[in-house]
Write a protein that binds this ligand. Structure first.
Ligand code: ATP
Ligand code: MN
Length: 337
């Protein structure tokens, strides 16, 4: 689980040009604006990430005009992501340990956007346990991964802001899933409509085994269709071998996708050597979409050319697959996230 609020240390404090009352703090790989003099470098405090929905308590009253939601903002030209609170916001008996999760302690939950009817569907069952769910951890909490795998050969794809989809075939049965559920076939449901339009069942059958493809459902009626696409389609980012419980390496993935003739998420580069620099990686995410050149991309996803796993990612709140995202701060500012 993602730690929305945790005990962290102020890593650095820097002045903001033209501002006397505020300064820039670095916490984990995040940068945020704090009141000048409120913290010193090395101080422990409570850090709340963007997407936190704060409870209606007197100490959080100041967030009411913002709907209690922690978002990306810009102050005096400085992008600010997250909020710091003093440790005194925790109850007296809460153990003060760096990195401790205090999301529940503070009554914080994650902001989730409402789901439109065409994406809801009727559940046939839970998401199958024999396939890995789609998820990407944020680079801002992965300093240890960057330290460890600096220089790794990676590829970068554009992160698309649609709806996660899994199509799989197992023991002859074709199944359609949204991010968290298996769905009953239904003409009104976008996941199923696209499956039929793109002939995904027959295409998956040609693979002659138990496989899943995972991608982002995009287009009209999905996440405001920011990229102004016509109709709906899916852009694939994973092929999963169910019997081996592993993802295909990028090269093999591309080969199979060519044969299946389905759209792949835009590939930005296949020649990226992982940098040990969160700020530089976030800068790389500030790009326009390859699917609509006038509009900000949501961000990027970075993955090694050869798949592997590391438990460090699980500690950071994700699954163990070495694969992570950087969300474009300009995208977040533009859409109020
Ligand atoms: P968070 O974990 O940050 O709270 P979240 O779990 O809702 O948020 P998203 O921001 O939606 O996650 O990011 C993960 C999702 O990104 C994946 O589930 C997948 O559906 C989607 N995605 C879009 N484009 C890509 C891509 N190019 N590669 C991998 N995943 C992608
Ligand atoms: Mn997630």
């Amino acid at each position: 689980m993602r730690k929305l609020a945790s005990i962290q240390r102020i890593k650095a404090l820097e002045p903001i040009e033209g501002a006397d009352a505020i300064e820039k703090a670095t916490v984990l790989g995040w940068q945020l604006v704090v009141k000048k003099g409120e913290y010193q470098v090395g101080d422990l405090m409570v850090y709340c990430e963007i997407d936190s929905l704060l409870p209606e308590r007197p100490e959080f009253e100041f967030m009411k005009p913002r709907g209690m939601r922690v978002r990306t903002i810009r102050l005096r030209g400085q992008v600010s992501q997250g909020i710091c609170f003093p440790l005194s916001f925790l109850s007296d008996n809460f153990p003060v340990v760096e990195d401790a999760d205090c999301t529940d302690e503070l009554g914080i939950i994650k902001y989730e956007p409402p789901v439109p009817a065409n994406l809801n569907g009727i559940a046939k069952g839970k998401f199958p346990s024999f396939i890995s769910k789609t998820d990407e951890t944020r680079v801002q909490v992965l300093q240890l991964i960057l330290d460890k795998y600096k220089g790794q050969k990676c590829y970068i794809s554009e992160k698309l802001d649609g709806s996660s989809t899994t199509y799989y075939i197992k023991d002859g049965e074709f199944v359609v899933c949204s991010r968290n559920l298996e769905l009953i076939e239904d003409e009104e449901n976008s996941f199923w409509k696209v499956a039929r339009q793109l002939d995904i069942e027959n295409k998956l059958r040609t693979l002659g085994g138990n496989f899943a493809i995972q991608g982002e459902l995009m287009g009209e009626g999905i996440q405001s269709n920011k990229l102004r696409l016509k109709a709906q389609t899916i852009y694939v980012f994973n092929i999963f071998d169910i019997d081996k419980y592993e993802y295909l390496d990028f090269e093999k993935f591309c080969e199979v996708m060519k044969v299946l003739d389905l759209p792949v998420v835009p590939i930005i580069t296949t020649e990226y050597e992982l940098e040990n620099d969160i700020e530089a990686i976030v800068k790389r995410s500030v790009i326009k979409s390859q699917l609509c050149k006038e509009v900000w991309a949501e961000g990027i996803v970075i993955r090694p050319m050869k798949e592997f796993n590391d438990f460090l990612l699980q500690e950071a709140g994700g699954n163990t697959r070495v694969s992570f995202k950087a969300i474009n701060p300009e995208f977040l500012l533009k859409y109020g996230e």
